[in-house]
Design a protein around this ligand. Structure first.
Ligand SMILES: Nc1ncnc2c1ncn2[C@@H]1O[C@H](COP(=O)(O)OP(=O)(O)OP(=O)(O)O)[C@@H](O)[C@H]1O
Ligand SMILES: O=P(O)(O)OC[C@H]1O[C@H](OP(=O)(O)OP(=O)(O)O)[C@H](O)[C@@H]1O
Length: 224
C-alpha cells in the first residue's frame, strides 16, 4: 500500500522555486498552487499533501511529525536546531549570512551589541570566536539597528547586498552560505521509507540537472 506523505512548504521567497522543483519531480500541483490562499493542498496525481507554513515554522511542523517532510532555509535550520534529518541541499534561494555594520564602527568588548533575527546563530558565532557580545533580537529591518545606535553591528541575510549598500553598511564577516534544504521527520523516515526515498531520489535528479541564475528583483538564485 502506498503511504500518504505530508510536506511542509515555506510561504514567501522560497515558495515558487520549491514548487518548480516539485513539478520537475513529477508532482502535479494545482494550477493555482502559488496564488491560492488555501493552507492545505493535495497533489493531483499522487498521495502527497502540502501544508503551507511561515518559513521559520517549517522545521517545527516536521519535528512534531504533522509533516513528514519540509523545505527550509539553512538559516532557519541553524537557528531552530530541530530534531529532523536534513537530507538534500535543494540549491534554491541562495544567499549568505553575514556580520555587517557602519564602516567606522569599532569593537569595544563587553559593551558590543549585535542586532539580529537569528539570536542563537549569532550568539554561537561570536562565542566560538571567543568574543563576548550582547545579542538584541529584532524581527525585521535589522539594518536599522546600527543606524539609530541600537546595536554596533548586525547578523543578517545578504543576497544582492542592496539593503546594506543603500543604508551605508558594510559586510565585515561572512558566517555561512545559505540554500534551502529538504528535511525529514526521523520517525516518518522509518515508517514511510519507500515513499520518502523515492521522492528524495527524484528531487536529487532534478537538483543535479537544474541550473541557477540570479533574479534581479529578489537577488536570490532562481531556477532557470
Ligand atoms: N534576501 C533574502 N533575505 C532573507 N531571506 C532570504 C533572502 N534570499 C533568500 N532567502 C531565504 O529565504 C528565506 C526567507 O524567506 P522569507 O523572506 O519569505 O521568509 P521570512 O524571513 O519569514 O519573511 P518575513 O519575516 O518577511 O515574512 C530565508 O530563510 C532564506 O533561507
Ligand atoms: O542583500 P539584499 O538583496 O538586500 O537582501 C537582504 C535583505 O533581505 C532581507 O530582508 P527582508 O526583505 O526579508 O525584510 P525584513 O527587513 O522584514 O527582514 C534581509 O533581512 C536583508 O535585510
Amino acid at each position: 500500500m502506498v503511504q500518504e506523505l505530508t510536506i511542509a512548504m515555506p510561504k514567501g521567497r522560497i515558495f515558487q522555486d520549491a514548487a518548480k522543483l516539485l513539478r520537475q519531480a513529477g508532482i502535479e500541483l494545482p494550477a493555482d498552487f502559488e496564488d491560492s490562499r488555501k493552507l492545505i493542498i493535495t497533489a493531483e496525481n499522487c498521495s502527497i499533501h502540502f501544508i503551507l507554513a511561515k518559513p521559520v515554522d517549517v522545521p517545527t511542523y516536521v519535528e512534531y511529525g504533522v509533516a513528514d517532510m519540509g523545505i527550509a532555509g539553512k538559516d532557519v535550520m541553524m537557528e531552530e536546531q530541530r530534531d529532523v534529518y536534513e537530507v538534500l541541499d535543494l540549491g534554491i534561494s541562495a544567499c549568505h549570512m553575514a556580520v555587517a555594520g557602519l564602516p567606522e564602527s569599532k569593537r569595544y568588548p563587553v559593551t558590543y551589541k549585535v542586532a539580529t533575527k537569528y539570536p542563537k546563530t549569532a550568539a554561537q558565532y561570536f562565542r566560538q570566536k571567543g568574543e563576548q557580545v550582547e545579542v538584541i533580537t529584532l524581527n525585521g529591518s535589522i539594518e536599522l539597528a546600527p543606524l539609530v545606535g541600537l546595536a554596533d553591528c548586525i547578523v543578517d541575510i545578504v543576497s544582492t547586498g542592496r539593503t546594506l549598500k543603500e543604508n551605508g553598511l558594510v559586510e565585515t564577516e561572512k558566517i555561512s552560505d545559505i540554500t534551502s534544504r529538504l528535511i525529514v521527520n526521523p520517525v516518518s523516515y522509518r515508517l514511510k521509507k519507500i515513499e520518502i526515498d523515492q521522492l528524495i531520489g527524484k528531487l536529487t535528479e532534478v537538483v543535479k540537472e537544474n541550473t541557477y541564475g540570479m533574479d534581479q528583483k529578489s537577488g536570490s538564485a532562481v531556477l532557470k
